[in-house]
Design a protein around this ligand. Structure first.
Ligand SMILES: Nc1ncnc2c1ncn2[C@@H]1O[C@H](COP(=O)(O)OP(=O)(O)OP(=O)(O)O)[C@@H](O)[C@H]1O
Ligand SMILES: [Mg+2]
Length: 316
């Protein structure tokens, strides 16, 4: 559909499964992440987001299935796969008695001279240049999150994997992280981030995958996932007759009658709301509202993640 989605994926998994005892934390996951996007893993607590990230990074082994990072098989080719990947999994840890800059220096010394030379620029990039010489013990949670991101920028990664980067941040902190992610993606790089904050993911990501109880229930561009732009809300004088009339217009589906005056329809490609309006007016039905509508990510998310629940769990 787009050039990015048809290119070789930067991250790919097939049937990826990780069990802890009898329970599968992720189960048969087929993930495809193209390059140059912010890709969100969305799922409620315990859905398997962190487990999926840990398996991708080779921190734990899969029970079954395959994974490739940057075209390299994981965990077999982990050194090549991880050379241009930066990751923050759960809360980043530091030497709290050292400064932010000193913490980065320790890591950079283990990577390369180029990484050491990058320290000032990565600190500036995450907005920590001014506070870099203070001890990490005095940093707020948001500053630690940003220092964690700075640390994984030291090897100039093409792919950043961030597990819950917005956790515990106030709105200003979230905005900073979001701006950083967007600027990183604007450079043609890729970010995989996990979160259960739907609004934030909707604002930050180009694509998302919805994970529920270890299953990947849907993935795609946000616009596709929201249910497309082909939904039209029709308010008219006679809903029952409007239904009959619209049935004669090729391919229109009546999604639901919202109330006694409103219908929600899905238009097939190539059919315009004007055609729908014409059919109704010609049949003598007054149309008082005709509006394109898109389901929110939250609506789609709840729709997809409650579908798998048993009746008892849905009530609980
Ligand atoms: N080391 C482990 N041992 C046993 N069970 C585990 C382990 N790690 C994860 N699990 C289980 O796997 C499931 C998925 O956990 P995971 O941490 O991947 O979820 P998550 O989507 O990251 O949740 P959260 O939003 O709370 O971070 C949970 O049922 C969890 O209890
Ligand atoms: Mg998690």
């Amino acid at each position: 559909m787009t050039t990015t989605t048809s290119a070789a994926p930067l991250v790919e998994t097939r049937g990826l499964t990780r069990r802890f005892g009898a329970r599968a934390a992720i189960d048969g996951v087929d993930l495809r992440i193209p390059s140059g996007v912010a890709f969100g893993l969305l799922g409620p607590n315990g859905a398997g987001k962190t487990t999926l990230i840990r398996v991708l990074l080779g921190l734990i082994k899969p029970s079954a299935g395959d994974a490739w990072l940057m075209g390299h098989a994981m965990p077999a080719e982990h050194a090549a796969a991880l050379a241009s990947v930066g990751a923050v999994v759960e809360e980043p840890r530091f030497h709290t008695h050292l400064t932010g800059r000193e913490n980065l220096a320790i890591v950079a010394a283990c990577i390369s001279d180029a990484a050491e030379a990058r320290i000032p620029s990565v600190l500036a990039r995450v907005g920590l240049a001014e506070r870099a010489d203070e001890r990490v013990g005095t940093y707020s949670l948001g500053m630690r999150q940003r220092l964690g991101i700075a640390r994984c920028l030291l090897n100039d990664p093409q792919l950043l994997i961030l597990d819950e980067p917005m956790n515990g941040l106030d709105p200003a902190g979230m905005l900073e992280v979001r701006d950083f992610i967007r600027s990183f993606v604007d450079e043609g790089r890729t970010v995989l981030l996990s979160s259960h904050l739907l609004d934030e993911m909707e604002r930050t990501c180009d694509m998302v995958a919805i994970i529920d109880r270890g299953h990947l229930v849907r993935q795609g561009r946000l616009s596709e996932l929201r249910g497309g732009e082909n939904r039209v809300i029709v308010e008219c004088s006679d809903v029952a007759r409007a239904r009959t009339v619209l049935q004669s217009v090729n391919g229109i589906e009546h999604v639901a009658g919202e109330d006694s005056r409103t219908l929600v329809c899905t238009l097939p490609d190539g059919t315009s709301p004007a055609q729908l309006n014409r059919a109704l007016v010609t049949a003598g039905i007054d149309v008082s509202r005709l509006e394109r509508s898109q389901a929110s990510l939250e609506e789609r998310f709840l729709d997809l993640t409650t579908r798998l629940q048993t009746p008892e769990e849905a009530i609980a």
